[in-house]
Write a protein that binds this ligand. Structure first.
Ligand SMILES: Nc1ncnc2c1ncn2[C@@H]1O[C@H](COP(=O)(O)OP(=O)(O)OP(=O)(O)O)[C@@H](O)[C@H]1O
Length: 302
């Protein structure tokens, strides 16, 4: 009986800390509506997402699900229509133009899908990486070389982008994005234009950036194999986070577990195949057990 279980569990409302107060990235009920002509498109429809400092998270989802919109918001390039979004000490809803520039210079680094968009074509890799840095030229060049080595492309330091492969360009782009020591590195389909083997090198470079420099990484991808490469994969469906896959490595034994995501109002999306298998439609019966909830289709015997 649920009520007695609730009492046994010491139920009732307990005070909760502010949503995501200890996370580096906290998106709370984010809404982004685009108006094109007379048509309204809801790209984000109440999206919740928390990312802890030092995490590497992959964001996957079908085309049009809202991934790029989320990244544009996190990068400070776009402002949401409603909701709350905080990255570190920055409240992205309340930022003015000047703060937005400071946020983008100090807090985030960005890698785009189009290799040509990430690097200046007339500069060498070393010069590209040094552009966002401050300090004496020689010091900047030395630091640029360190970053190029970190992501495994020290050998292209003196080459211009057109003299590098697509994968090398993307790894130089990662080094460039790390140049101002951002706390958060955002990458939007960084492997979209690459073949599988080269894509793996670029992912490895992102992982190295995450592990070696402690940079928090959020990477958007279409690649379904990605959940095997990162600890947490968040799936977005229709502008909301719908499920998460956690990868756990226990002494060489790797497991993947899929979780449904519950929003702050307690709503959770039951996968369509589960609903169809049990003919669950509009109404379900819930019961609280000592360590889980049970959900039955309407009309099933108690
Ligand atoms: N500037 C805009 N004006 C109007 N609609 C937009 C705009 N930007 C995005 N949208 C719409 O918002 C929805 C989400 O787009 P978004 O680019 O975030 O999806 P996505 O998951 O990144 O897709 P893809 O994987 O194809 O890049 C789509 O329906 C898209 O058409």
């Amino acid at each position: 009986m649920s009520d007695s279980t609730l009492q046994a569990l010491g139920g009732g409302a307990k005070p909760t800390a502010q949503f995501g107060h200890d996370a580096l990235v906290a998106c709370d009920n984010l809404v982004r509506i685009f108006q094109s002509g007379s048509v309204e498109v809801q790209a984000l429809q109440g999206l919740d997402l928390l990312v802890d400092e030092g995490e590497m998270v992959a964001v996957v989802g079908a085309s049009g699900s809202g991934k790029s919109t989320l990244l544009a918001v996190l990068s400070g390039m776009d402002a949401p229509t409603a909701g709350r979004v905080r990255v570190g000490r920055w409240d992205l809803m309340a930022m003015h133009a000047k703060e937005r520039v400071a946020y983008r210079r100090q807090m985030v680094g960005f890698v785009w899908q189009q290799t040509s968009r990430n690097l200046l074509p007339y500069l060498t890799a070393r010069q590209n990486v040094a552009v966002p840095m401050r300090g004496p030229r020689r010091q900047r060049a030395a630091r640029a070389d360190e970053l190029l080595d970190l992501v495994g492309v020290g050998h292209v330091a003196d080459r211009q982008p057109q003299e590098m492969s697509g994968g090398e360009q993307q790894r130089v782009a990662i080094a460039t994005a790390l140049a101002n020591e951002p706390q958060l590195l955002l990458a939007d389909e960084p492997t979209g234009e690459l073949d599988t083997a080269t894509a793996r090198d670029v992912f490895d470079a992102l992982r190295t950036a995450n592990r070696e420099s402690g940079t928090t990484v959020v990477v958007v991808t279409h690649d379904p194999a990605v959940s095997g490469l990162v600890e947490r994969t968040v799936a977005i469906r229709d502008g909301r986070t719908s499920s998460e896959v956690l990868r756990r490595d226990t002494g060489g034994d790797v497991t993947h577990e899929e979780y449904a995501v519950m929003d702050r109002a307690g709503r959770l999306q039951v996968p369509r195949e589960y609903r169809e298998a049990l003919a669950m439609t509009r109404r379900v019966r819930l019961a609280l057990e000592a360590d889980h909830l049970s959900v039955w289709p309407d009309g099933s015997p108690r």
